[in-house]
Design a protein around this ligand. Structure first.
Ligand code: PGA
Length: 244
């Protein structure tokens, strides 16, 4: 269960917040919990969670480890500060920062090379869904993002299915709609890799996950976790989701 904080919370707010989460989540061993704050807050959050079962992720990372890339942070730098996960290909990066499948693929390779885990996001827009192109869009995104990624790397990758029309809109996909796409993603993994890998890979759903709908979503056979935006910003809602 991962929280994507997007561009919310100052450093102080972030540190205070994770201290409260840590209290709530003490002793939870049967599920992985990840928070992905703004880069600026990551050192403080990692420090506050040093003895915690909550892991820390970043919302992006560059395809190089250093260089003349103004405004970016590299996986090796994140690794150095103690993070475990990197979100890649979020639809907001695709929409506002011209992120492409090819760039996500380069970033993914560098994240893996640095020994970090990736959460790779895919998802269709409303126009694509209404035009009956959902599977085609997901297939194109997966093909681009996983180009040259070996079977051995899959244990370090989580896929997040996030229909763009459900993100931040309050309109979640129905559990059945979400599961249908998760099945499609699993079949794609099976065709490219093998059945075992398809069964083992974790696929999260994201898009207006709330305490009210998490149970039904997580009740679907192919939904293994959630990537949570808005509802991850409050202690009560995020802890209800994590402990659904
Ligand atoms: P949301 O965002 O939960 O606010 O819809 C999900 C996401 O963008 O990862």
């Amino acid at each position: 269960m991962a929280g994507n904080w997007k561009m919310y919370k100052t450093v102080k707010e972030s540190v205070d917040f994770v201290k409260q989460l840590d209290e709530k989540f003490k002793g939870i061993q049967d599920r992985e919990i990840v928070v992905c704050p703004v880069s600026l807050s990551i050192p403080g959050v990692v420090d506050a969670l040093r003895f915690s079962n909550i892991q820390v992720g970043s919302q992006d990372a560059h395809w190089e480890n250093e260089g003349a890339y103004t405004g970016n942070v590299s996986p090796s730098m994140f690794k150095d500060i103690g993070i475990k996960y990197v979100i890649l290909g979020h639809s907001e990066k695709r929409q506002y920062d011209a992120e492409t499948d090819q760039r996500i693929n380069r970033k993914l390779k560098n994240v893996l090379k640095n020994g970090l885990r990736a959460i790779v996001c895919v998802g269709e827009t409303l126009a694509e869904r209404e035009g009956g192109r959902t599977e085609k869009v997901i297939e194109t995104q997966l093909t681009g993002c996983f180009e040259g990624i070996g079977l051995g790397d899959l244990t370090e990758i989580v896929i997040a299915y996030e229909p763009v029309w459900a993100i931040g809109t309050g309109k979640n996909a129905t559990p059945e709609q979400a599961n249908e796409v998760h099945v499609f993603i699993r079949k794609w993994i099976e065709a490219k890799y093998n059945q075992e890998a398809a069964g083992a890979i974790r696929i999260q759903y994201g898009g207006s996950v709330k305490p009210e709908n998490v149970k039904q979503l997580m009740g679907q056979p192919d939904i293994d976790g959630a990537l949570v935006g808005g509802a991850a910003l409050k202690v009560d809602s995020f802890s209800a989701i994590v402990q659904f």
